[in-house]
Design a protein around this ligand. Structure first.
Ligand code: C5P
Length: 235
């Protein structure tokens, strides 16, 4: 099946907008695959950093990438990310991992290195991909493009709550600053910055519950599926 016949839903936006939760729910409901592209950047950056490689050392990063095998698996325990067989799922969720990821993510060569891995995740019958440049760069031909957004204070509070549940003991104010710095780096890098694709639909989730966002996203997806004539079974 040509890649463009595979239903692709691109969900972009900054952190704390509910991208991961919504994307996973959508993928599960339709029986589609799920790609957490941020996890890929996080894994790559953490491991390169562990090896002492700087984001600017392109030769070393190329050699390092050649030894790296990143794998995604969903089982009863949820969505897992492995690097050379090592389960990285917990480690990458720390806020520091997001910050390191965003420093490596500004380097065009690193983005190019990770491109193939992301595109390889597109398999029939469909894929929901979440990130910053899914609709603009990785899957510009996606059938559905959604840009999730929310006010910065709401996003920081959501993230804070999530991290607190995992034992985070930093302050909300500091977290908000870190998120603002990360957004700024993501939105202003020269290659594949975080911008809304011209054909994306923006959903501001600030005053919406998860259920309301899921319902709105479903509505957008179903409209596009209907308009395109693609008929996919729902579980
Ligand atoms: O989505 P998540 O917060 O896990 O992403 C971590 C970082 O990885 C982002 O802040 C961004 O710098 C980078 N990233 C990216 N492009 C993507 C996904 C993530 O640059 N498609």
């Amino acid at each position: 099946m040509p890649a463009t016949d595979i239903v692709t839903v691109a969900i972009d936006g900054p952190s704390g907008t509910g991208k991961g939760t919504i994307s996973k729910r959508l993928a599960e409901c339709h029986g589609w695959g799920y790609l957490d592209s941020g996890a890929l950047y996080r894994v790559f950056a953490i491991l390169a950093d562990e090896e002492g490689i700087l984001p600017t050392d392109i030769d070393k990063l190329n050699n390092f990438a050649a030894t790296l095998n990143i794998d995604f698996k969903t089982d009863s325990g949820g969505y897992h990310v492995y690097a050379n067989g090592r389960d990285m799922t917990q480690l990458i969720r720390e806020e520091g991992a997001g910050t390191i990821a965003s420093k490596f993510a500004v380097i065009p060569e690193i983005r190019a290195l990770l491109m193939g891995l992301q595109r390889d995740q597109r398999r029939a019958p469909g894929l929901v991909a979440d990130g910053r440049d899914m609709g603009t760069t990785v899957f510009p031909d996606a059938l559905v493009k959604i840009f999730l957004d929310a006010r910065p204070e709401i996003r920081a509070e959501r993230r804070y709550k999530q991290l607190k549940e995992k034992g985070f003991d930093g302050s909300l104010a500091r977290l908000r600053e870190e998120m603002a710095e990360r957004d700024d780096r993501d939105a202003n890098r020269s290659v594949s910055p975080m911008v809304m694709a011209v054909d994306a639909i923006r959903v501001d989730t600030s005053d919406m519950s998860v259920e309301e966002v899921v319902a709105r996203v479903e509505e957008i997806v179903n409209e596009r599926l209907g308009a395109s004539g693609v008929n996919t079974p729902r579980e």
